[in-house]
Design a protein around this ligand. Structure first.
Ligand SMILES: Nc1ncnc2c1ncn2[C@@H]1O[C@H](COP(=O)(O)OP(=O)(O)OP(=O)(O)O)[C@@H](O)[C@H]1O
Ligand SMILES: [Mg+2]
Length: 378
């Protein structure tokens, strides 16, 4: 990568040396001859990194650090102080005022170039993550158990991961009282509900949550594992769940949540937060009736139907109603229909793989493709 670097040094030979060295190393370098001029240059040009000398008349390196950090360009920029002073108080002060690093001169040219490269690369990675900080959140829920809700969530996530790569997709298991995605994906989830502690602390940042993501190397997605039986999820204060619902978006570009079928503490904030709410419905009389009631409850809580989509899942082959009949009963289009496919689903289940990965040619894979396309339009 090529980074943009601003050099701030009052001594012309130092500036010339750094400009040549860093320019040759492939950086785009600009220089300023003093603190005031340097801060102005940084605010105008917004470089990726600032290399600043400490001892300068009038506005010295400490003041430069402080002013850049507090100024309009200050949040993302990296600041490295270069100084002949090898003294603890000065180092601490520079770091406290916002420097990211403090290097004592003379620095070997190769070391300096490498250090700056590493810092710039790390900065680019962090920025990329920041840009993804509001991933797209799809919440999958059913009005009834055992109808394929988890299967739909898992395959939808796997489908996204197939296109974008595993780092881009997180599947979050929020079904209660017990999440099943760990066993469905052959990922051994700890007995203790691991990330519950993040919620109890009330600070569920995306960064902290990401430490709990797990994966099966054969499946290109990351799993936020589910609640295990007897975990104290009911005791989590609702403000903590709300902050979790916001931070869960920061986990990836695409987040798919299995909300299960039981009313839970996770449901209200996640349904409010979701970009798409996918309701799984079994094409039989009782299932449709329960779904109708569920949709009504959603409407009562102020959730607008433009974010809601329906998918028919015929997990038991108990088909009684056609796609048109389901749509008519629920007064809503059906986005896709996952038909009963006993042998294909059995094979994928035994291998503990999403069918769209285990059997890309399966009819179900085409049906999940249709579903994904319909949801992309929401
Ligand atoms: N279209 C399908 N054809 C055949 N079998 C299916 C289909 N969809 C899901 N299944 C199977 O049905 C079973 C239940 O699926 P799943 O666990 O996804 O349902 P669920 O609604 O999440 O259930 P729970 O209430 O236990 O969370 C699984 O064995 C799954 O492989
Ligand atoms: Mg389930």
């Amino acid at each position: 990568m090529t980074g943009r670097i601003a050099v701030i040094d009052d001594e012309a030979p130092n500036r010339a040396y750094l400009q040549t060295l860093l320019g040759t190393a492939g950086f785009d370098v600009q220089a300023a001859a003093g603190g005031n001029e340097g801060v102005a240059l940084v605010e105008k040009e917004r470089p990726d990194l600032v290399l600043v000398d400490l001892m300068m008349p009038e506005v010295d390196g400490f003041m430069v650090c402080e002013r850049i950090r507090k100024g309009p360009a200050g949040a993302d920029i990296q600041i490295v102080v270069l100084s002949v002073l090898d003294e603890l108080d000065g180092k601490v002060r520079a770091l406290e005022l916002g420097a990211d690093d403090y290097l004592v001169k003379p620095v070997e040219s190769r070391e300096l170039v490498t250090r700056l490269k590493v810092m710039l690369e790390r900065g680019a990675r962090l920025r990329q993550r920041g840009a993804q900080a509001r991933g797209r959140l799809t919440v999958v829920a059913g009005a009834k158990g055992g109808i394929g809700t988890s299967t739909v969530a898992m395959n939808l996530a796997a489908m996204h991961a197939g296109g974008k790569g595993g780092e881009a997709v997180v599947l979050a298991d929020l079904a209660v009282p017990v999440g099943t995605l760990g066993s469905m994906l052959n990922i051994e989830v700890p007995d203790r509900w691991a990330w519950g502690e993040v919620l109890s602390d009330g600070v569920a940042s995306a960064h902290r949550l990401s430490n709990y993501l797990m994966r099966n190397p054969q499946v290109p997605l990351r799993l936020l594992p589910g609640v295990r039986r007897d975990s104290a999820y009911r005791e989590i204060p609702s403000v903590a769940i709300s902050s979790f619902a916001t931070s869960v978006r920061g986990l990836a570009e695409t987040i798919v949540v299995d909300l299960g079928n039981q009313p839970s503490l996770f449901a209200p904030p996640l349904l409010r937060e979701a970009d798409v709410i996918l309701i799984v419905v079994e094409p039989e009389i009782i299932g449709v009736e329960l779904t109708r009631q569920f949709l009504e409850r959603l409407r009562e809580t102020g959730i607008l139907s433009h974010r809601i989509r329906l998918v028919i899942s015929n997990a038991h082959g108990s088909l009684q109603l056609s796609r048109t009949e389901v749509a008519a009963a629920l007064k809503m289009e059906v986005a896709a229909m996952i038909l009963y496919q006993r042998d294909e689903f059995s094979a994928a289940s035994k291998r503990r793989m999403p069918i769209v990965i285990h059997h890309a040619q399966a009819q179900a894979t085409a049906q999940f493709t249709e579903l994904m396309q319909a949801l992309a339009a929401v």
